[in-house]
Design a protein around this ligand. Structure first.
Ligand SMILES: [Fe+2]
Length: 370
């Protein structure tokens, strides 16, 4: 059996042996590159060789030094040593150094020689095939990974657009409702504007800012299902009407509950009428149970409620409302949030006056509701 023609490097300082071996190999159809020393062999060696035949005793680099240098190149080309008869010790050393096999010279049994050569070539073919397979597999895995990452990116973009579109739809509904009542028009925008300024001043992370923004936009969404005539009617609300109005935080949370990505916003919507002393609604929680984002929204919401005119009462001026916020620090509001917000309002930092409608200082008023 003959393996497919291979490219073989033969290195022997004895030109008689070298030429004889080369002739036999060429007779079997192989391409032979003869070299006379280890140095010469290393100079021509590249990955295209399928087999290396090395003499041991050579001037300059001997066979052992040469195979050591070959090993360092990591080419995985099998090395066969040519050994003189009886030098078993050398043969063992050669095998220990990573030689694939050894051939005794002079070559007397051509068939045995051919078997050894073919076996080494087949081993090389197997290694090359395995390497190519591994490289292809790695390339395929890398391509699939890239493809998957691309698809994931598209999916995330799609999901983000879907989230934005859903939230925008809800906000549009709420804005439409708000705009029907001249007293509540722009409330959501103003609460969002104030909260964003407070959040920024308090150094919230971009993620927290995004949640705060959405929670503000959605905080009164529960009013969608409350009879508008009750909110708009002149004069104070009856107990029954108050009961209904006070349901809007829970209703709001329930409206957005099916949207899992709005979980944190839902909690803020539910608790935007809670107080630090636990006397708010719907759950009567307070203190550390209210997170910073919720505390910011309650302050911004209350401030806007105080400074906005209602059908049944006059609104507070900016200064009056700040005084009211400060009076309710600890019982209703977080002190730090109030401080930060008061500084923003008094220093006019970042306020967008086109979306704000405020009255100049006048008499005080005894009310407020969100
Ligand atoms: Fe509210």
């Amino acid at each position: 059996m003959n393996a497919q023609p291979a490219k073989i490097l033969i290195t022997d300082d004895d030109s008689l042996v070298r030429d004889a071996v080369a002739k036999i190999l060429e007779m079997f159809g192989h391409q032979v590159v003869p070299t006379g020393s280890g140095e010469e062999a290393l100079a021509v060696l590249d990955k295209d060789f399928d087999l290396i035949i090395l003499d041991i005793n050579m001037p300059g680099m001997d066979g052992f030094e040469t195979i050591t240098a070959i090993n360092q190149r990591g080419l995985d080309i099998p090395v066969l040593f040519l050994t003189g008869a009886g030098s078993m010790e050398y043969a063992i050393k050669a095998i220990n150094l990573g030689a694939y096999d050894f051939i005794q010279k002079p070559i007397e049994d051509i068939d045995l020689f051919n078997v050894k050569i073919n076996r080494a070539i087949e081993k090389r073919m197997f290694v090359v095939k395995e390497k190519t397979y591994k490289q292809n597999l790695e390339a395929e895995v890398a391509a699939k990974t890239r493809e998957l990452a691309e698809k994931n990116k598209l999916l995330r973009q799609y999901s983000h657009h879907l989230e934005v579109a859903t939230v925008n739809t809800i906000i549009t509904l709420q804005t439409a409702l708000e705009e029907k009542d001249r007293y509540t028009a722009g409330h959501t925008n103003r609460v969002t504007h104030y909260s964003i300024l407070i959040g920024r001043a308090m150094g919230l992370t971009p993620e927290e800012m995004a949640i705060l923004d959405r929670a503000c936009q959605l905080h009164d969404i529960g009013k969608l299902v409350i009879d508008v005539s009750c909110i708009q009617k002149p004069g104070p609300l009856t107990d029954e009407e108050w009961h209904l109005v006070r349901k809007h935080p829970e209703i709001g949370e329930n409206i957005i509950k099916p949207l899992a990505f709005l979980e944190r916003e839902g909690a803020i919507v539910r608790h935007h009428h809670e107080r630090m002393d636990g006397k708010g609604y719907p759950d009567g929680i307070g203190g550390s149970e209210l997170d910073l984002l919720t505390r910011i929204v309650t302050v911004a919401d209350s401030y806007d409620a105080m400074t906005s005119q209602r059908s049944y009462r006059i609104n507070l001026s900016r200064e009056e409302a700040i005084a009211e916020l400060r009076r309710c620090v600890g019982s209703q509001f977080d002190p730090e949030v109030v401080n930060v917000f008061a500084a923003i309002l008094l220093e006019n930092t970042g306020l967008n006056h086109t979306i704000l409608r405020e009255r100049q200082p006048q008499q005080s008023a005894d009310f407020f509701a969100g």
